[in-house]
Design a binder for this molecule. Structure first.
Ligand SMILES: Cc1ncc(COP(=O)(O)O)c(C=O)c1O
Length: 426
């Protein structure tokens, strides 16, 4: 038996407090392959949480590409190299025509930070809109748009937060276009409020599937209405695809679901399947204009190793048909969860998009009172039964599942059977 407590104490002593760990009994992982993770005591876990290793843990083609390039050359990006260009070509081919330039960085936070600068330069504005239950990263500028953790010093007067488009606990029982209008009107109000304070809008940043907010079923037409307001005020729409990108939703990009094409898209987490690489894809004129105003250089972003890894990830997603798999297995999982909903009153709502699911737990289906305690109990009980998952949402009551894209129907059966057993015991 490894001494988990010893590791926890060592971590606290060396890294300091406030380094979050999952689960009441933290897991000490030592190995992974495909959808499986193994701990130091020889226990095996079905990974239903990690979107970063999108092609499966330690995929041999990704590991092979990394080792081969690392054993040949790795430099910063002020020399010529084919890898960044080959990758840029393949990546941009996955986007709608207008989105034809890319800048490469290392983390989702960096990508969003750069996106904010591009928005500022192109709009001439300083005002930003985000939702009231989100997270976009940890740089000083991006933390201003992350409502889950209040930044040191508080929020600037150029930030406005709007309600995320919740259709399950919707105001006045509204739905569809009427509900979309209510939420989109908040954006108009936010823009007016900025203008009343002499602040011009630079843009709105949103995850196109509102993943951190709780993965709502987005009211019809919301995105179109919201972004029309943003554009009318001269701002840009930044789609943060750090969670929703690379096939997660059963489509290449989360924004495809609404059909509203962003001006700027930011990428991260699954882009390197664990290797730190991120990107900003933008309409050419926006990125070019930004680059004429400010030199952007990133020592590690886009280096030959990162690009070899990112290219291997794209190739595996294509060659193994993982986008289609996310759509097909995703539908299957959703059906399983709906069956569970018919047996367990605590499941108020089941939502999903490809291989990304939210199970909204309630104390009472009538009042929809969020059941954060139950969510916590279930996440911990599932960990002891060998299934890793987590929870999200404004009320911390939504079970969050987001397995590697190679998740199979057999994996789904095991997940659903284990969840059934655990819920029956709660
Ligand atoms: C939607 C979203 N954007 C950006 C980030 C920040 O990415 P990173 O941790 O790579 O800086 C996160 C991280 O959780 C995220 O969920």
């Amino acid at each position: 038996m490894t001494n988990v407590q010893e590791l926890v104490e060592r971590r606290e002593r060396l890294l300091g407090p406030g380094n979050p760990l999952f689960y009441d009994a933290p897991v000490h992982l030592v190995r992974g392959e495909g959808v499986w993770l193994h701990d130091a005591d020889g226990n095996k876990y079905l990974d239903c949480y990690n979107n970063v290793p999108c092609v499966g843990h330690c995929h041999p083609r990704v590991v092979g590409a990394l080792c081969a390039q690392a054993g040949t050359l790795n430099t910063h990006t002020r020399y010529l190299h084919e890898n960044i260009l080959d990758y840029a070509e393949c990546l941009l081919n996955k986007f709608d025509d207008g989105l034809d330039r890319v800048a490469i960085a290392c983390t989702g936070s960096e990508a969003n930070d750069l996106a904010l600068r591009i928005a500022r330069v192109n709009s001439g504005g300083e005002g930003f809109i985000c939702t009231n239950a989100t997270y976009h990263g940890n740089t000083t500028a991006v933390a201003q748009l992350s409502s889950i953790f209040e930044p040191v010093g508080g929020y600037g007067d150029n930030i406005r937060m709007v309600s995320w488009p919740d259709s399950y606990r919707a105001a006045d029982g509204l739905e569809g276009e009427a509900l979309a209008d209510v939420y989109a009107d908040e954006i108009e109000t936010a823009i007016n409020s900025l203008e009343a304070n002499g602040i011009k809008l630079a843009g709105m940043i949103a995850c196109p599937i509102f993943a951190n907010e709780g993965l709502p079923n987005i009211p019809d037409g919301y995105m179109r209405k919201a972004i029309d307001y943003v554009h009318a005020a001269g701002g840009v729409y930044i789609a943060d695809e750090v969670q929703s990108g690379f096939g997660r939703t059963g489509r290449w990009w989360g924004y495809e679901e609404s059909g509203v094409i962003p001006d700027i898209v930011t990428l991260g987490k699954p882009m390197g399947a664990g290797h730190p690489v991120s990107g900003v894809v933008a309409r050419g004129e926006l990125l070019d204009n930004y680059r004429r105003h400010e030199m952007y250089f990133n020592t590690f972003g886009g280096n030959p190793v990162s690009c070899a890894v990112a290219m291997a990830v794209l190739d595996v997603i294509d060659d193994e048909g993982l986008v289609a798999n996310a759509a097909e297995v995703g539908d299957y999982v959703l059906e399983k969860f709906k069956e569970l909903q018919s047996r367990h009153d605590m499941i108020g709502d089941v939502r999903g998009s490809g291989l990304f699911f939210g199970i909204d737990l309630v104390n009472d289906r009538e009042t929809k009172e969020p059941a954060a305690d139950k969510a916590r109990t279930i996440v911990n009980a599932m960990r002891h039964k060998g299934v890793l998952m987590s929870k999200i949402g404004e009320h911390d009551n939504v079970l969050k599942l987001r397995p590697p894209l190679c998740f199979s129907k057999d994996n789904a059966d095991f997940l659903a059977a284990t969840l059934d057993e655990v819920m029956a015991a709660v």
